[in-house]
Design a protein around this ligand. Sequence first.
Ligand code: AMP
Length: 420
Amino acid sequence: MSGAFQAPRGTYDVLPEQAAARERLERTARRLLEGAGYRRIETPAFEATELFARGVGESTDIVQKEMYTFEDAGGRSLTLRPEGTAPVCRAYLEHGMHKLPQPVKLWYLSSFFRYERAQAGRYRQFWQIGVEAIGSDDPAVDAEAIVLLQALLQELGVRGVRLRLSSLGSPETRAAYRERLQAHLHANAGELAREVRERIDLNPLRAFDSDHAGTQAVMVRAPRLLDELSPDDAEHFEAVCALLDAAGIPYEIDPTLVRGLDYYTRTVFEFTSDALGAQSGVGGGGRYDGLMEQLGGPPTPGTGWAAGIERMLLAADSTPVPQPVVDLYVAREDGGRDDASAAFALAAQARRAGLNVQLELAGRSLKGQLKQAGRLGARFVAIVGGQEGTRLRDMESGDQESVDGADAAVARVLRGRHPA
Ligand code: AMP
């Protein structure tokens, strides 16, 4: 075993052959979201730990066991961001975005960090595309955000997409419901998984997420939050559903849907893909009308979602992305150093003219250089340094002609690139 380093567990390298599909995904998201009036925001990779403790919620798995928290040399407790909503809300408050026309619609493309059990589709550094629409409680904001994520998944060719939808109501409804649910869990404590039993007081809602058979049986009989919404919240939820119906978006109402973050109120939703294994969530989100106050701001409603880039790539049809065309490969007659500056100058001039150019960099023989140009699919090869000056070879026809200097070579390749 050599002692060479490997990337830390749960992290991965994006290799050049994977970068093109990723860039295509990013371009699609940018076009779609900016077309709908969302503007890009980027926040720092780390924030004060307190932001997540208060914003995401002390009782959540994220805050309890998944954060990368460290103290810096100045003694401040900082945390690598585990999610994007709390930082974006922090930025909204910090930059006085309430003065802008509302809702303020923001999107981001960033990496996030969670100490989770690493497996296929689940990493410790992962990437999300997300949106936040802040400053309006109109159900149309929720519905539009959902429609946008649906459109993104569709355009990317994500297979087997399903949308689950629910409402968590207001904090008051949830508090009353929480007590009823806790009573139900205590009454059936003997049948629950130990982990669920230990968290009855801290986070009873998470019991709905358990894959333990006994717990699931107890949860089938549990009271449902959706049946206990206040009239206002029920009306809001019905409006969201009606708008999705109007947009022709299929969904399932799932009263057991709970998301792993504490800040949600009213609408919550999750998109899954049948093409993925155990980690089937591709994206999800919801409304967080109480979050701004938690962060010390004035009451300000908001809605958002985040979708995992790795999961979308795993679940999407993978049509190969074409490589950029190589217009010109600059070779050297004797493969030696003498012609290096002439070749270098020609490549630089051709690039200034807008051509995609590659240069021989490995000291191959002329035969080897032509082979390499063929592998790259180069359209022309310029052979610099021969007796009769620079020659230009059309790789498709195999024709070879002498050209009088770099200007002529570039002009000829440009003509070949844009046939009259
Ligand atoms: P969340 O921020 O937990 O609501 O997650 C939103 C989306 O981010 C999920 O549906 C996944 O697609 C993705 N995601 C969350 N956690 C991870 C992770 N550890 N590794 C890869 N993707 C993740």
